[in-house]
Design a protein around this ligand. Structure first.
Ligand code: IVH
Length: 671
């Protein structure tokens, strides 16, 4: 029988191997279920042996701690950029320049190149010591970047501990953090649904995610990373290509599209091939990079102040088309925000027919100075969402009028109001404007809210237009015979809707709070509110001040909640939902252990615990009325300390006279 300690070490090694097989090699060697079982076993053993704590354990990829901000770190070797070109001829000229500098007669035989993808994400530098990840730093200004190690650790394809191999004792590896298309689409779909601003492209989404102060969010976004540059005092091979193959064997994701090129014809073929094929890759690329393969030649060519002379980026031209504006429509969302949309003569762009492109807001329409019937440039470079980038003013019809933003709601005619501090206009007729009403119904039935099977977006409009459903409470008055016979609703669909509505009564309280469409109250805030207040009556009666006292609830959200419940029809909605049997309080299970024993207390958790996880302790604090905080200050009531609490934190607590208690004392406190 292996000891627990040996088992912990074996499990870590085994899980690291499975992680690599799954996330780096795309060749899983174990089922998800078996993986989860091994991970659970490791979690359990680690909880029993806090002395075995290792921040690089596979159990630590979930990112549970909030970050206060990022520390700036100076790069040991500055992170430069790449010279770039849009023309193949300039790539050839660059090869000739390399040859000249190296004193070669010319041609590629004397400077073999490596061709690789130019990944369109955000660059990262990782430092490894003795095979363990010690630091991850963003490019920043090239000299200094942000230490984002806590976030990078959540990216599963990045090895925290390397596979055995001949890696240098200390080295740096650089690469690109990317958000795969699939994850990007999923994220934007979710944001569109919540009427949050969309990310324009995976690059922005990856960069934005990496800078998020909540590693749990980073962990949930599905980031990935490709590596393309190894740096150390002594490298295993004398050329770039072989070094990258080594890096792959140590556990890094190195693109398999990397190729050795010996002739000009091979370079051209590489460009032509990937110009088309890159669309089949799971991640965004905005070009190719050519690098001199030999490290000795690289050394001789050296750097300019901005970029290496031994590499060049060939950028794919952004795909652009010119097409005529048919008209601009103004569309009203669930929260009443009015978005201008350019409706275009259909045009083919990157393989898809584009008919519409969002113009986002009034400022963008004004800056582009779009007139009726203009010829517009539509682009779809790194942007998946087509974007209007300009106007061909020479093709403008004389007398064409500039597009004016509407001043009244296109649906209900109410005068629009400008949202303070934003470029957006909003229809204030929240409860009488059709798209807003239907938007709220669609939100209510959505998968993350009440998940009412059978009612999609189309059926919401249908039910509303038939006069059957005006507010979510009306769903509970539907009968099969009233819905049957509506356009395309047969007896089977009618039955599914009725059953879906019935099942929604069991949806937990936090999702009911989310389903109500209270402005700024998204999924996470709903969870927080539900847990803190316990039931709908408490939520409806809290004042702005009481709401702000809840963790993570700021004045903007608090005002929105107070306003929402100050409106009588919203209170009536709640009463009707309650009468219909919808869950209006936490369940008994969710409520057990709730108390106000920690009311008014601000608590900082630090270190590693044996009896419960940090997340569980955080949860207990909230459930008992306390507030979690990330840093010790005069306001801290006490520190709940586990093993390995950082010495600087301990000293700070002492200096400020903040009590430090251990987990047994804490559990006693809660009885
Ligand atoms: S090599 C010293 N290789 O492009 C030069 N960079 O425009 C090291 N990038 O900051 C960079 N794919 O973030 C290199 N295969 C690749 C790349 C790549 C994407 C990014 C990188 C760099 C930027 C320069």
């Amino acid at each position: 029988m292996p000891t627990d300690i040996q088992r912990i070490l074996d499990l870590r090694e085994e899980l690291n191997r499975h992680n690599k097989a799954y996330y780096v090699d795309n060749a899983p060697t174990i089922s998800d279920k078996d993986f989860d079982m091994l991970l659970k076993e490791l979690e359990r053993l680690e909880a029993l042996h806090p002395e075995m704590d290792d921040p690089l354990s596979p159990t630590r990829r979930v990112g549970s701690d909030l970050t206060k901000g990022f520390e700036q770190v100076t790069h040991v070797r500055p992170m430069l950029s790449l010279g770039n070109t849009y023309s193949i001829a300039e790539v050839d000229e660059w090869v000739e320049r390399c040859n000249e500098s190296l004193g070669n007669s010319g041609g590629l035989d004397s400077v073999p190149l490596v061709g690789e993808m130019k990944f369109d994400g955000t660059s990262i530098s990782l430092t490894y010591e003795n095979g363990r990840l010690v630091r991850a730093v963003t490019r920043g200004d090239g000299d200094k970047g942000d230490d984002v190690t806590v976030n990078v650790k959540t990216i599963r394809s990045i090895p925290l501990v390397l596979a055995p191999g001949d890696w240098p004792e200390q080295f740096e590896i650089r690469g690109e953090i990317v958000l795969p298309w699939k994850e990007f689409d999923r994220l934007n779909e979710q944001r569109a649904f919540n009427e949050e601003p969309l990310f324009a492209n995976p690059r922005n989404a990856a960069a934005g995610t990496l800078k998020t102060l909540n590693p749990a969010i980073v962990a949930s976004r599905g980031l990935d990373a490709y590596f393309y540059y190894l740096l150390a005092d002594e490298l295993p091979a004398d050329n770039h290509f072989d070094n990258m193959q080594k890096a792959r064997s140590w556990g890094f994701k190195v693109s398999t599209s990397m190729a050795l090129l010996h002739t000009g014809a091979e370079v051209d073929a590489f460009i032509n091939y990937w110009d088309k094929e890159r669309r089949t890759l799971p991640v965004a690329t905005d070009g190719l990079v050519f690098k001199v393969n030999s490290l000795r030649q690289q050394l001789n060519l050296g750097f300019t102040s901005k970029s290496p002379r031994w590499a060049i980026a060939y950028k794919f031209p952004a795909e652009r088309a010119l097409t005529r504006l048919r008209f601009v429509s103004f569309e009203v969302g669930r929260m009443g925000v009015v978005t201008p949309v350019a409706n275009l003569e259909p045009v083919l762009l990157s393989g898809t027919m584009v008919k519409r492109a969002s113009l986002h807001n009034e400022d963008i329409v004004r800056n582009l100075d779009i007139h009726d019937g203009d010829m517009l440039y539509v682009e779809k470079g790194g942007e998946i969402i087509p974007k209007i980038t300009g106007v061909d003013t020479s093709a403008r019809e004389p007398g064409a009028e500039p597009i004016r933003f509407v001043t009244t709601c296109p649906d209900c005619g109410t005068a629009l109001i400008r949202i303070p501090g934003e470029a957006a206009w909003q229809c204030p007729n929240k409860y009488g404007c059709r798209p807003q009403i239907i938007g709220r119904l669609e939100h209510y039935v959505g998968r993350h809210m009440m998940d009412i099977d059978g009612v999609g977006d189309e059926n919401c409009s249908l039910l509303y237009d038939a006069g059957l459903v005006h507010t979510p409470a009306d769903f509970y008055t539907l009968t099969a015979d009233r819905i049957e016979g509506l356009d395309r609703v047969g007896p089977r669909t009618a039955q599914r809707i009725i059953e879906g509505v019935e099942a929604s009564k069991l949806v937990p309280f936090d999702r009911v709070v989310y389903a109500l469409s209270i402005p700024f109250v998204g999924e996470t805030v709903s969870k927080k509110l539900a847990r803190s207040v316990g039931d709908i009556d408490a939520l409806m009666s809290l004042s702005r001040e009481q709401l702000v006292a809840i963790d993570d609830i700021g004045p903007k959200i608090a005002d929105a909640i107070v306003d929402f419940f100050a409106y009588t029809p919203n209170r009536e909605l709640v009463e009707r939902l309650r009468a219909a049997g919808v869950t209006m309080a936490l369940s008994e299970e969710e409520t057990t252990m709730r108390s106000d024993r920690l009311a008014g207390k601000t608590i900082v958790i630090s270190g590693v615990f044996a009896r419960h996880s940090r997340e569980e302790y955080k949860d207990m604090i909230e459930k008992n009325g306390g507030k979690n905080s990330g840093s010790i200050s005069k306001k801290t009531s006490f520190v709940l300390a586990g093993d390995n609490m950082g010495p600087s934190k301990l000293e700070k607590a002492r200096n400020l006279g903040v009590p430090v208690i251990n987990e047994d004392e804490f559990l006693d406190m809660l009885g």
